[in-house]
Design a protein around this ligand. Structure first.
Ligand code: HAM
Length: 423
């Protein structure tokens, strides 16, 4: 079906693209205020990067990656998330050699072969940030604060921040033993996916959405109760920093996150109306990832926010997204010489940053005015043979209906003044 987009993908039509620009511009400008710098990475990477980075036993790597062999017989994968690529860049370009921390942000398409539903797509877009080289909990709080501030700047309400500490490789090993011990008697009641998780990635069972699995977890030991002193102190410090900024949070010991690289802090931001299904943003600390991907020992922390979900929240909460003005002036012409004169005027206006357009198809004057209306043009400039001969144009304010004859040589300046004054 060449006339239908692939399942789970969506087009952004010209009538909607301003909404995306609005969200992206706000996210970018807030991130820049926080000292983050933008970066871009390729849409695809070597498959191994994600297998190593995200974890071979995660749903993302096991079931959801768009992986293919390229013509050079390399295994290539479309980015299933943004962090691993940024880590690869950090290592490849030796960004660790600069003064740390390195504070980066990006906007990227993300590809996951998931069952499409509202807010869940096979191609979605994320605004993400990653900070490298800082292990202080204040930077975790800074990253969380940045995410919250972006949502607040967008006007999204009823935000709920949930935090957890999911330990480090030291305390997690002992916890895994305890968890497996608890689950050992219940393992036959788990869904088939969790059955396979039991040996390979038991912590993910806690996050399973299947009812019969949740029923087995009523008294499940939780990581937060088994974290080592260092993780414990980190968590307490993080809470202090959040409290200093008066950011409300709840500790949710069941947050485990779907990607394996997290250590210590894990967090999610949801809106009450969407609930857990509509997680707006997820992130956390990953102090081993750079090393696991072949770089020097470097702590990291970041988040990814789904842009489609941000947009859904704006729409659900009926938040107005300001529509940019398309056309300041539309030139209505009658006859060939008027069209030529208008064409020159068009360039002069655009050179002065006036958003201008002209008729380019066969249309009556009436139809040209109708079209100008459709473009929501603030002014129309009418040019016929008489105007050409007298070096004048007819300037009409489309909002008030006022019409006046002005000199061709003055019209650009007149418009410029009025449009700037009218802003
Ligand atoms: P994630 O939780 O997998 O984390 O995704 C981040 C956000 O992307 C989610 O909270 C959600 O808003 C959105 N999202 C995820 N999957 C979909 C989907 N199928 N359709 C629509 N939106 C979706 C990461 O990807 C990590 N890389 C975040 C991170 C950065 N952690 C540290 N640094």
């Amino acid at each position: 079906m060449i006339t239908k987009a692939p399942r789970g993908t969506h087009d952004v039509l010209p009538s909607d693209v301003y909404k995306w620009n609005y969200i992206e511009n706000i996210a970018k400008s807030v991130a820049e205020k926080y000292g983050f710098k933008e970066m871009r990475t390729p849409v695809f990477e070597h498959t191994e990067l994600f297998e190593r980075g995200i974890g071979e036993t995660t749903d993302v790597v096991e079931k959801e990656m768009y992986t293919f062999e390229d013509k050079g017989k390399r295994s290539i994968t479309l980015k299933p998330e943004g962090t691993a690529s940024v880590v690869r860049t950090f290592i490849e370009h030796k960004l660790y050699a600069d003064s740390q921390p390195t504070k980066l942000f990006y906007i990227t398409p993300v590809f996951r072969y998931e069952k499409p539903q509202a807010g869940r797509y096979r191609e979605h877009h994320q605004f993400g940030v990653e900070v490298f080289g800082a292990s202080n909990p204040s930077i975790d709080a800074e990253v969380i604060n940045l995410a919250m501030t972006i949502y607040q700047s967008l006007g999204i309400k009823q935000l709920e921040l949930r935090i957890n500490n999911i330990g480090c490789p030291i305390c997690r090993e002992a916890y895994h033993k305890e968890l497996k011990n608890y689950l050992s008697e219940k393992v036959n009641n788990l869904c088939t996916t969790c059955l396979s998780r039991y040996d390979r990635n038991p912590m993910r069972i806690i996050d399973c959405k299947v009812d019969k699995c949740q029923e087995q977890l009523t008294e499940v030991p939780l990581m937060i109760d088994h974290i080592c002193d260092e993780c414990h102190d980190h968590f307490n410090e993080l809470k202090k920093y959040l409290e200093a900024l008066e950011i409300n949070y709840t500790v949710d010991p069941k947050i485990v996150r779907g990607l394996d690289y997290y250590t210590k802090t894990a967090f999610e931001i949801i809106t009450e109306e969407a609930g857990k299904k509509g997680t707006l943003c997820g992130g956390g600390r990953y102090d081993k990832l750079v090393e696991d991907c072949g770089g020097p020992k470097t702590p990291g922390v970041g988040f990814g926010m789904g842009l489609e979900r941000a947009l859904l929240s704006l729409e659900n909460q009926q938040i107005d997204i300001p529509k940019p003005k398309n056309t300041d002036a539309f030139i209505v012409t009658m006859g060939e010489s008027a069209s030529l004169v208008g064409f020159k005027l068009l360039k002069m206006m655009r050179d002065q940053s006036i958003k201008a357009d002209q008729n380019h198809v066969t249309r009556s004057v009436k139809a040209q005015f109708k079209y100008a209306d459709k473009l929501s043009a603030t002014y129309t400039i009418v040019i016929g043979d008489e105007e050409v001969n007298n070096n004048v144009v007819l300037l009409k304010n489309m909002l008030t209906g006022e019409q006046e004859q002005v000199s061709y040589d003055d019209v650009v300046n007149i418009l410029k003044e009025r449009l700037i004054e009218g802003e």
